[in-house]
Design a protein around this ligand. Structure first.
Ligand code: ATP
Ligand code: MG
Length: 140
């Protein structure tokens, strides 16, 4: 087992719906430790940069519009196998396929407005955590 860090985003739909507290409780109950956290409202450029891997996808424009539509809560989570464990806690991208007890099952509206983001691999986690946080913003 390796201790990993991963980037979480509570997306604008979940913030607007008042679900920050409930989602943070699920993260805490899952034993993931919060190493950094802040609220941000992404600019178009920031959201385009964050989701650059999806820029050729047909839904890219709408995704950027959604991610800039209101404040989001970004955090760094740490734990053994944190990347896969947080993806499991999030549930499937499409909430219709998400398992019971997952964040997306409980709080996602549809495949786009799906409440949370989590990094999908150590390489993307490293890029994504550095995208939002400097080292001084992370606790040891
Ligand atoms: P995330 O990267 O946000 O953690 P994910 O890894 O489960 O989610 P990706 O395939 O990376 O899913 O897609 C990134 C985001 O783009 C999704 O979380 C969702 O908000 C949006 N998205 C993905 N597929 C679609 C689609 N077919 N239509 C609309 N939006 C989509
Ligand atoms: Mg993804």
């Amino acid at each position: 087992m390796t201790v990993e860090t991963t980037l979480s985003i509570i997306k604008p739909d979940a913030v607007a719906a008042g679900n920050i507290g409930a989602i943070l409780q699920m993260i805490s109950d899952a034993g993931l430790k919060i190493k950094a956290m802040k609220m941000v409202q992404m600019s178009q450029k920031e959201a385009e940069g964050f989701y650059a891997v999806h820029k050729e996808r047909p839904f890219f424009g709408e995704l950027v519009e959604f991610m800039t539509s209101g404040p989001a809560v970004v955090s760094i989570l740490e734990g053994e196998n944190a990347i896969a464990r947080y993806r499991e806690l999030m549930g499937a991208t499409n909430p219709e396929q998400a398992e019971e007890g997952t964040i997306r099952k409980n709080f996602a509206t549809n495949i786009q407005n799906n409440a949370v983001h989590g990094s999908d691999a150590p390489e993307t986690a490293a890029v994504e955590t550095a995208y939002f946080f400097s080292s001084i913003e992370q606790v040891n």
